[in-house]
Design a protein around this ligand. Structure first.
Ligand code: MN
Length: 228
């Protein structure tokens, strides 16, 4: 152990269903506009243009079940997403080999300060101020692919206070999970501990303090999040 000036920040560890070990997080990548209907609702053409990515910070992942409403925004949106957790990685991974790097999956939320993101978009600035706030990625327990297989279809649904807000199916992704991994690995060296948020279906909208979010993906179960 090196002699650090002060104690290093702890590694973010995600719970794994049925295992005592935590999944240690390295990086968090997020893909934008990966469901056609969501691209349209945000005012974009849903053609299969090259995917684009932004990042959140590892410690933005939040398995507490509570989402503290972030500061400096009055328009914070929910985006339900399939999270993909890698147990290995590399560069220039072929689509056909990509799934071997996937440890498992979880239900997650890409909580977005939409007002700040809109200002950034308009000014041609990076998105982190809208996307990478504290606790901005609520996530449920990881479920190992070894137990449930790989997910390429299944219902995706988000309810707010019992009302359905977002609905879709994993099979509506423009870029499929193996393609996302392959594409990312052309630009970044992927590694064990990386988590990829794979985009959101249509129906994004604002939350307020006191809201109760019920996020579910077929095969993974339910993630309950209270906005506080
Ligand atoms: Mn998103």
């Amino acid at each position: 152990m090196p002699d650090y000036l002060f104690p290093p920040s702890p590694v973010t560890g995600l719970p794994i269903k049925g295992q005592a070990s935590l999944f240690p997080v390295r990086r968090v990548y997020c893909i934008g506009r990966n469901y056609a209907a969501h691209a349209v609702e945000m005012g974009h053409d849903p053609t299969r243009e090259h995917p684009f990515f932004f990042q959140k910070n590892p410690d933005n992942l939040n398995a507490s079940g509570v989402f503290p409403y972030p500061p400096q925004s009055s328009n914070v949106h929910h985006e339900i997403e399939l999270a993909v957790a890698l147990h290995s990685g590399g560069r220039d991974i072929a689509v056909d080999n990509a799934l071997q790097h996937v440890f498992g999956y979880a239900v997650s939320l890409d909580m977005t300060r939409r007002d700040l993101q809109a200002i950034a978009k308009k000014a041609g600035r990076p998105w982190e101020i809208g996307k990478a706030s504290e606790n901005s990625a609520p996530i449920g327990p990881l479920v190992a692919a070894a137990n449930i297989g790989h997910l390429s279809q299944g219902k995706v649904e988000l309810l707010v206070n019992g009302t359905v807000r977002q609905t879709g199916d994993l099979n509506q992704m423009i870029w499929k999970v193996p393609e996302i991994i392959s594409f990312l690995s052309m630009y970044f060296e992927l590694a064990a501990g990386d988590v990829i948020l794979s985009g959101t279906p249509a129906g994004v909208g604002p939350v307020v303090r006191g809201d109760r979010l019920e996020a579910s993906i077929e095969g993974l179960g339910l993630l309950l999040v209270q906005v506080s």
